[in-house]
Design a protein around this ligand. Sequence first.
Ligand SMILES: Nc1ncnc2c1ncn2[C@@H]1O[C@H](COP(=O)(O)OP(=O)(O)OP(=O)(O)O)[C@@H](O)[C@H]1O
Length: 265
Amino acid sequence: MAQSNASAEAIEPTERKMRAKGVSVYYGDKKAIDNVDIDVYQEFVTAFIGPSGCGKSTFLRALNRMNDTIPSARVTGTIELDGDDIYASGMDVVQLRARVGMVFQKPNPFPKSIYDNIAYGPKIHGLAEGKAELDAIVEKSLRRAGLWEEVKDRLQDSGTALSGGQQQRLCIARAIAVDPEVILMDEPCSALDPIATAKIEELIDDLRGNYAIVIVTHSMQQAARVSQRTAFFHLGNLVEYGHTSDIFTNPTQQRTQDYITGRYG
Ligand SMILES: Nc1ncnc2c1ncn2[C@@H]1O[C@H](COP(=O)(O)OP(=O)(O)OP(=O)(O)O)[C@@H](O)[C@H]1O
């Protein structure tokens, strides 16, 4: 498991990667997220916690316009990546989703080889000149995701034949391969056993140095282990956002206190 990160979280962020201002998300007439302001920082893991249905995944998906794929979904307010409005009309959404990658709850490798799972993104984004460069990206991505040693001799095997934990690291490698700046993770360990979960948590801690990471989790222990900042959502509102240790030991809001002491959720 990742060790306590109290010292890491005390460090003040140097670079803001994303800024949400007055963001609301609707499904048809129903408001799922209400007027949320939040900043996400480079080299920080930000955890979104809160009871089921509070809107964590909805808000996470708004950060790389994954909600665009849901016809009834509508986002208001502004979300910026490096100061640029990601909902602006000129924004290239394919490019945006490479810059703000996503890893889902259930590992979802393509039904292709391990190699092709990683190579696909760099190919369509034109990141490699030839086979040697592509090979290098595949190796580097798998190494970063802590999977290289386990798969280097069977890169042509199907990605779906790996264990659940390996599949999730493959999906992380796939996100890394297109050189993202932000990685969004929606309950990435919920389908995994404790050992595979521990590996992913260690990986998140390793990756933090190169990206801004946002993780939705139902596990408060996980949020405490891996994140430096925590946002507590309830009924579509961002109730409290701050240093992870403050949220868990000294929250300012009664609703946060009730959640972390198990009064609901
Ligand atoms: N595609 C959709 N169409 C309509 N309503 C939706 C859709 N997705 C989510 N919702 C609604 O939006 C609200 C927030 O859901 P969301 O999945 O974001 O919450 P969550 O906090 O991530 O929940 P969980 O922890 O259970 O995954 C819920 O009331 C949910 O029913």
